[in-house]
Ligand binder design. Structure first.
Ligand code: ZN
Length: 407
């Protein structure tokens, strides 16, 4: 993980911790170190990201699963994780049994896979999971949303036959690429290959590395080769993105795994009626919701694109007489799927505008007698100032169009 240093971060604007407080998105408290408290406005961003990823996964025939947060330790011993990561895992003893709080979803996804006999006709199986994970990060390294003890991952495990590997990697690359285009993040790809100490058949490694490289080529993606830097259980592609502040983050991963099928004796019946191990691909598009939201908050400095803004429109009444019309406009917007709020306080309109501008929201509508009489709204757009009066229906059409287009 590339962690920007503090000085670089602050010199480029406010930190996500400061912006989180200012914009009422989330907060951090000593009673739960490394775990954010999400406020309603922060949850809107979280939910929009969940919606975005779920919609994309539905189109690619993923099936969503949800596995327990707490499982018996022996599952993680069987996968080999406990031996390697026990310092990072929270354990709980109960009735002579030891449980772990899962630090990753992989071993539990195999339980769903193995819940029935799988045939080649069932593959590929793409199990996605928005899993809540816990890791024992020391208090000294915790850093807002960037380094947490409680992580929500946009995880998935794909079970495929070796022949399906190329197609699957292709699909994942396209998914990752389309996702980062929405945020205008520039991506760079790194391919890490077989280390000296590796498990699994050399021929299978070669096939997997070839599939990863071929998929990148087919998508016309230039990449950096990282020889011998793959995991001991398989090669991987790492995706780095550059944000508007010029910082690089490693977010997406595509990892081929030859170990899981062996540890858990996973199999499928091939077309010759013989049991064969599937290839398992771990993949994440943006890694963790927490870190990604932290990056977004700093990247936009709180001035989010319309589609993901916690409040998209603030409606200000010029006088008391206009309060009912302002509320009516807000209700109509909300019913159309626009997040709107009303400020009908007794403050002067100048003060109300300044307060709304501090919230960095995309649109402010001012409603006076003149607007009310003709069914119009006076529109102020973030960064563009006063756009003047507009028919309300026209404004509604404009903002709905921007939301659909993810502007
Ligand atoms: Zn995994």
């Amino acid at each position: 993980m590339n962690k920007p240093n503090e000085a670089e971060r602050i010199s480029n604007g406010l930190s996500h911790q400061e912006l989180g407080t200012q914009l009422d998105l989330y907060s951090f408290h000593e009673i739960a170190p490394g775990a954010p408290f999400w406020h309603p406005k922060g949850m809107v961003i979280f939910k929009e990201l969940e919606k975005l990823i779920r919609e994309a996964l539905d189109k690619q025939d993923y099936q969503e699963i949800s596995t327990p947060i707490m499982v018996r330790k022996d599952l993680f011993e069987k996968s080999g994780h406990f031996q390697f990561y026990k310092d990072m895992m929270f354990t709980i003893k109960m009735e002579n049994q030891t449980f772990v709080v899962k630090p990753m979803n992989c071993p539990e996804s195999t339980i769903v896979y193995s819940s029935r006999v799988r045939s080649w006709r069932d593959l590929p199986l793409r199990f996605s999971e928005i899993g809540r994970l816990h890791r024992k990060e020391l208090s000294g390294v915790l850093n807002g949303l960037f380094r947490v003890r409680q992580i929500t991952m946009d995880d998935a495990h794909i079970y495929a036959s070796p022949d399906q590997m190329l197609d699957e990697i292709n699909k994942i690359i396209q998914l990752i690429d389309s996702f980062y285009k929405i945020f205008n993040f520039k991506t760079s790809y790194h391919l890490a290959t077989r280390p000296d100490k590796a498990m699994g058949d050399k021929a299978l490694w070669d096939k997997a590395e070839k599939a990863l490289a071929e998929a990148l080529k087919q998508n016309e993606i230039k990449y950096e080769l990282q020889p011998k830097e793959g995991a001991f259980y398989g090669p991987k592609i790492e995706v780095h993105v550059k944000d508007s502040l010029g910082r690089s983050w490693q977010l997406g991963t595509i990892q081929v795994d030859f170990n899981m099928a062996e540890s858990f004796k996973l199999g499928f019946m091939n077309d010759r009626g013989k049991k064969e191990p599937p290839v398992v691909i771990h993949r994440a598009v943006f890694g963790s919701f927490e870190r990604f939201i932290g990056i977004l908050v700093e990247n936009y400095q709180g001035a989010f694109p319309v589609w993901i803004s916690p409040v998209q429109v603030k409606i200000l009444s010029l006088t008391d007489r206009n309060a009912d019309y302002a509320k009516k406009i807000a209700t109509e917007l909300k019913e159309s799927g626009v997040r709107a709020e009303v400020d009908d306080s007794n403050e002067t309109i100048g003060k109300k505008i300044r307060a709304a501008e501090l919230e960095k929201l995309p649109y402010i509508l001012v409603i006076g007698d003149k607007e009310e009489q003709v069914g119009a709204v006076a529109v102020r757009a973030r960064g563009k100032g006063n756009l003047g009066p507009m028919e309300f229906e026209k404004f509604k059409e404009k903002i709905l169009n921007e939301i659909v287009k993810k502007i």
